[in-house]
Design a protein around this ligand. Structure first.
Ligand code: BTN
Length: 322
């Protein structure tokens, strides 16, 4: 077995046994592996920051590491999500841009591109997206729903719901700002950027980019041009990025499989509206030719915003709440 495969197999066994341990015998039963090679790999994993404890009986992970290393992340995600293939980049311009290139080259649905550092992270409407290595969660997911372009925008709303549910599991009470910002209180904690290949009737690929401020500190958020917060700021302690990712993927894929049948967003209208931070409130929608103001009445079966304006209801498919 190559060194690379041994490392992968040991991480897999450690994860499988977590929070328990794996016996030295079990590790040694990996074909053609010497005790020296195992010892060396364990030392390397420790040096790389994996919290592995060795005892007379075997090896154990002390905690789940907050690592994007694909040898760890892929099996960690696979415990609950099927069909994920992890492409990890220490540094990349933007995970969305990178994944678009992979999509054009034929990468399959379920490819996840994740990076520690983005040098040109992108937000909606040409804005930039700020993230910090070790503290932010920035990833993109490749999807090939095989649906027409007009139904695709609602997928971003679906992702907003999945992210909200993931954060709820971790004890937060998020709200949604149409179309898909995730808020804690009135401050933005996460953003979603959905990009699609356009020129065909049936969209060949979509790249869903998600950025979450996980462990950024107050002073690191203060220079942003909008009011932002992080999970750590709200909770008062660090949060595992990989846990946020795993919970998100579980919820997202469950809904995505159903949504993909037709692209109809109706089954999620209530789930969206119950988290919609602007429901019943006055809001201004920007992004069209001119800003439009009215009272927010929720979203419709396409994920469009229902706005009451001068006593009449209109539906806005594009734009964002300012
Ligand atoms: C927004 O709220 O404006 C959307 C932000 C989306 C940011 C994420 S981070 C991962 C992925 N790669 C990017 O360049 N952007 C998205």
């Amino acid at each position: 077995m190559s060194e690379k495969n041994l490392r992968k197999s040991i991480l897999f066994l450690l994860l499988e046994a977590f929070p328990g341990g794996v016996s030295g015998e079990r590790v040694a039963s990996l074909s053609g592996v010497s005790r020296v090679a195992i010892w060396k790999t364990i030392q390397e994993l420790k040096a790389q920051g994996f919290p592995v404890a060795a005892s007379r009986t075997g090896y154990r992970l002390l905690t789940i590491p907050d690592s994007f290393d694909p040898d760890f992340l892929e099996p960690y995600l696979a415990q609950e999500v099927q069909g994920i293939r992890v492409v990890y980049e220490e540094e990349v311009d933007s995970t969305n841009t990178r994944l678009k290139t992979l999509a054009e080259a034929g990468a399959p649905e379920g490819t996840l591109c994740i990076a520690e550092r983005q040098t040109r992270g992108r937000g909606r409407r040409g804005r930039s997206w700020f993230s910090l290595p070790g503290k932010s969660l920035a990833f993109s997911l490749l999807l090939r729903p095989g649906l027409p372009l007009e139904v695709c925008p609602s997928l971003a709303l679906l992702a907003g719901i999945a992210l909200s549910k993931a954060l709820e599991d971790l004890g937060f009470s998020p709200g949604l700002k149409w179309p898909n910002d995730v808020l804690l209180g009135e401050r933005k904690v996460a953003g979603i950027l959905l990009e699609t290949a356009t020129d065909l009737d049936e969209v060949p690929w979509m790249v869903l980019g998600v950025g979450v401020n996980v462990n950024l500190e107050e002073n690191e958020l203060s220079s942003l041009p909008f009011s932002a917060t992080s999970l750590q700021v709200e909770k008062g302690e660090p949060v595992l990025r990989v846990l946020v990712l795993r919970h998100f993927l579980v919820y997202f894929f469950k809904d995505y499989r159903e949504w993909k049948q037709s692209g109809d967003f109706s089954p999620w209208i209530a789930e969206y509206n119950c988290r919609f931070a602007f429901l019943g409130k006055s809001a201004t929608i920007s992004g069209g030719k001119e800003p439009v103001s009215g009272i927010v009445r929720g979203v419709d079966a396409r994920g469009a915003l229902r706005l009451e304006k001068d006593g009449e209801e209109i539906a806005l498919a594009w734009g964002e709440i300012a």
